[in-house]
Design a protein around this ligand. Structure first.
Ligand code: DX5
Ligand code: ZN
Length: 230
């Protein structure tokens, strides 16, 4: 993974057909996505349950691009090694998930993986300041985590701008997660984001039988983001 601030589209397989992950991943990659976003939820840190390291390991061989694993679990440290062994390229943990995020990020990096830090909508940009030397990605949640298909929270755009200024020249991605559409993508791209997660925004209207819809959705989000002044 060479660092670049070019716009990257990361479909969330939370919105894919859970009985068909292999084909769904092939479809979004054939249709031009850059990363594959995998939402891990524990029914405790967030009010929904998805999947664990075994599923990540099972889908890993199907991913040719980047496996971007978003952990919405607490406690998180117990599971870091398992998700690294499952093949995550980027492993992201929430600052709100426990008292020792610094240790968590160190553990991810010591496994040779890219470390991501996620911030809930109620958490200020300042929460990232002491962690900048330990992170490869900051994920700004633009919905409250737990479910796909929620409404984008506009107040987060100023936070993206503040984080972009805080990062300066450091090779740290800014990822946006939640409510990304061709309407919201340019707002966050202009504020400094480069990785755009989209669940419903990519998968709605398409299927493995109609993958060209995924392609249209990916291209529409990418074009809108790239047209924004950056
Ligand atoms: C929410 C997840 C997101 C979600 C985004 O907790 O982290 O990745 O799938 O879904 P959309 O794009 O539908 O808001
Ligand atoms: Zn996510």
């Amino acid at each position: 993974m060479t660092f670049s601030r070019a716009i990257k589209i990361a479909p969330s397989i939370l919105s894919a057909d859970f009985a068909n992950f292999g084909q769904e991943i092939r479809a979004i990659e054939d249709q031009g996505c850059d990363w594959v976003h995998v939402d891990v939820m524990d029914g405790h840190f967030v009010p929904n349950l998805t999947f664990g390291p075994q599923l990540c390991k099972a889908i890993r061989p199907h991913i040719k691009t980047v496996m971007d694993v978003h952990l919405m679990i607490a406690p998180v440290d117990l599971y870091i090694d398992a998700f690294c062994e499952a093949g995550a390229d980027v492993l992201t943990a929430h600052v709100e998930a426990g008292p020792h995020i610094h240790r968590t990020l160190q553990a991810i990096r010591s496994n040779g993986k890219k470390a991501g830090l996620a911030l809930n909508p109620g958490t200020p940009a300042e929460a990232a300041r002491e962690l900048l030397d330990l992170v490869d990605l900051i994920c700004v949640m633009t919905v409250n985590p737990g479910f796909g298909g929620q409404k984008f929270i506009h107040s987060q755009i100023d936070k993206v701008r503040a984080l972009r200024a805080m990062i300066g020249d450091r090779p740290i991605h800014i990822e946006i997660d939640g409510g990304i559409t061709p309407e919201t993508a340019p707002l966050v791209a202009a504020a400094g984001a480069d990785v755009l997660v989209a669940g419903s925004g990519v998968f709605s209207g398409g299927s493995v039988a109609k993958p060209q819809v995924y392609g249209q959705n990916i291209r529409a989000i990418r074009a809108a983001a790239e047209a924004a002044p950056r």
